[in-house]
Ligand binder design. Sequence first.
Ligand SMILES: [Ca+2]
Ligand SMILES: [Ca+2]
Length: 252
Amino acid sequence: MFSSSIGCFVFCSLISGSHLYPLSARVRTNTFKEFKSVSVKVQLSDVGAEAGASTASSVVSCAIECISRESTCYSFLYDSTTKTCTLGSFLVLSENLGDSMRGTFYYVPGTFCDNTQVNFTVRSSVTFSSCLWISNDSLSYQNATEKCRALGASMYTIRVKEKLDILTDAAQEYPAGLYPWIGLDDIQQENVFRWSDDNSILNVSWTIWQQDQPNNDGNQDCVYYSSSHQLINDWDCNDSFNYVCEMIPSFT
Ligand SMILES: [Ca+2]
Ligand SMILES: [Ca+2]
């Protein structure tokens, strides 16, 4: 019943109330929207944002708690049965849920899988989901990066193995194979690979590279995902590939 009016409800309540809840300008201008699924699981953000659970008497109380965190809360999960309010910067679909994680997901439009220009969709592995778009066109790495940014997104990152699984799963829809750029390169410093969304250094303990990669063969500084290997490979940034953009809430 609050699906599209909860933000206004909260905002209007706060306007007429005291100054207990200092709001950021960004949240003020947005309303929470219901995500059309009850299959939601909280996943701590891989960009380091906070998440937590508490008790709230209503979905509105939960929303108030979310926006009272100012710029760090763009979404929350509310379970009306257990009255559990889970604030999170990155709440994702999951196919195998514990009861404690059931509920209705609300998010600020534009921060979670919501884009009017191209068809971002939620794709899931068994335990993780991501809001992404796989392009039909092919661009150089730099142009692909700029295209994702123009869409309010960033190039897809694979900090957790589940996100590799998501691409592998998506590739089944591409009989000829899927070889898209992801947001990883060693342009800044040779053989120091950094995620393009926040410039952090690649640090995974599981196999992500194809065998004998990265090899920098002929000066390769950008990285694509190979569906035939289900792993990644460094390649010439100037070559054109499909690319994957990902929508993640921003934390400013
Ligand atoms: Ca290189
Ligand atoms: Ca290579």
